[in-house]
Design a protein around this ligand. Sequence first.
Ligand code: F6P
Length: 459
Amino acid sequence: MKRLVIVSNRVPVPKEGLRPGGLAVVLKDLLARKGGMWFGWNGTCHPDAAHLPPEIQQAEGVEYATIGLTPAEHRNYYTGFSNSTLWPLMHSLPEHIHFERRELATYWSVNERFCENLLPLLRAEDVIWIHDYHLLPLPALLRRHGVRQPIGFFLHTPFPAPDMLATAPDGGTFLRDLLKADLLGFQTADDTANFIFAATRKAGATAEDDCTLTFEGRRVRVGTFPVEIDPQAFAQTAVTAAGSQDLRRLSGSLAGRKLVFGVDRMDPTKGLDHRLAGYERMLETYPQRERQVTFLQIAAESRTDVPSYQALRNKLEHQIGKLNAHKGQADWTPLRFLTRGSPRPTVAGYMRLADIGYITPLRDGMNLVAKEFIAAQDPENPGVLILSRLAGAAKQLEAALLVNPLDHDGMADALERALAMSPEERRERWQACWNSIANRTALGWGLSFLNILENAARR
Ligand code: F6P
């Protein structure tokens, strides 16, 4: 029987009191079902990390093999090249790209360390599934060390257009490294097309058909695998949470006002500054809405060592203070902004209570929050989803109010339209969105990728 080996930058090692969310749960379920190992960084940072062997632990039928990072690796590989160069590059945000050669050198060396530590743990029957932009060189490194097992790679972020890729230091190398995998998966058809275009124009691959490339005598399968949630389970979580004390307190505090809701990591790609500007523009353009709405935005702090994230935090603090000071009244605060994360069930309850889900990333691989907002709604009285047309989820949730996340007037008009929308139109739009996610599951997403990977490697 095949053993699944998942490799990702961060491994959600089970810890007391810590419950992983979203995709981490899916990958863990897949591993528990198929039997396997999860390899990667355990989130720790200490000076001796480079000399220590992987720590192995078993929990709930899954083997975790993890390594730490040294402070210099954390600074140059994680904070530096992964999150200051590749992350904004993948999201086509050149103004946030910061590049240092020494950070690239550490990015390569950490990938080599991932490879060296993983090799002795591999078995002949393994299927290897690598995740995300931190590990672009890993398929090629493994092949160079003689690994013949099937290798799949899934990119959770968007894949940028070829012109954007030109800003990557030696983008061609990353393409050639990825092409050493058997299957490459992307979130949307546009991402897949961008990759095929770049691979054929810049890396010397040849396209056989829409989903097969030939590179250095090997065939590489390429495909679109939009990440899914478990809609039925999330809906149930939201129904249960709606009766909780937290929800009663929030509902009471609204005093009958409509609730606009957003939840994200505090990340420059999420468009939070423009989102607040769109809300402020709505209050200016439609002053009759003053006192009728409350906007609750949760933006949990993330990657706090990255300068562009620090700059965003400063900008938002200024913006939040200004908005509430200029627009607020003695008994009405237009915006509530929380930087502490909330437990997933509570968030599901907030979504169910919300009249509007306001999710406007500048660009996003998928955005599972948008799918969760739909799943959390009461079908008889659903809220309206306002969604950035640049989120991968917009390709499926076409019946949401799709907006340009940079167009403050457009977002203001969408907020007004959602606030005034008839119950019939709300139900119709919600139903169309629900239909596009209801029969899919996160586990189905994972299994479909693995199924194609096993077949692709057999050819
Ligand atoms: O979406 C990309 C991603 O790297 C996810 O895999 C991860 O859950 C999230 O961003 C947070 O990333 P980090 O590990 O940097 O906290």
